[in-house]
Design a binder for this molecule. Sequence first.
Ligand SMILES: [Zn+2]
Length: 190
Amino acid sequence: MPARILAPLVGEPLPLDFVNTRPLRARGVAAPADQFGSVSGLQQWLAMEADRLSYVEITEPLRRSVIELREQTGAALDAVVDSLVPPQPTIDAINAALRGASSHAVLRWSGTGGYLEVIRDADGDGALLGALAEAAAEYLASELCAKTRRCEAPDCDLLFSQTHPRRRWCSSTVCGNRTRVARYYDRHKN
Ligand SMILES: [Zn+2]
């Protein structure tokens, strides 16, 4: 069978990419290590998300705060996927991170016209936590949030946004193929 996903899945809405770095709560399968299990792992993920998150120097206390915010964001999204109301502590935690990272827009001008750039008032730690919390809050408050699904492969629980009505897997080339191959062998076992 093709290998399960070992590298972090990126390219979903940012809050889903964020939560998908959790170690899989795989059932009976050796789960990959936590991408945020080390400062360098988190730094590597930030580099993969460089088009959506600004570079900040990761420290051990910041790594722990990011993991805490990921737990809360993940619990909120898990609730949504299961058609439940997100627990209040998860909403409180996201709001606390939002409060710690105020931002303001600045009008800039390029050759062809004006555009807004968002400037974060916080230092690096608050800016990263604020950016992640802001993305989570915007997503949870958006219509897109109702399209959040969990991968249907039996040993995968990555989240994805079901922008295509027939999408069932986090990755059709990994979990989709794996599931199809497993079904094929099941059918031809005897
Ligand atoms: Zn999957």
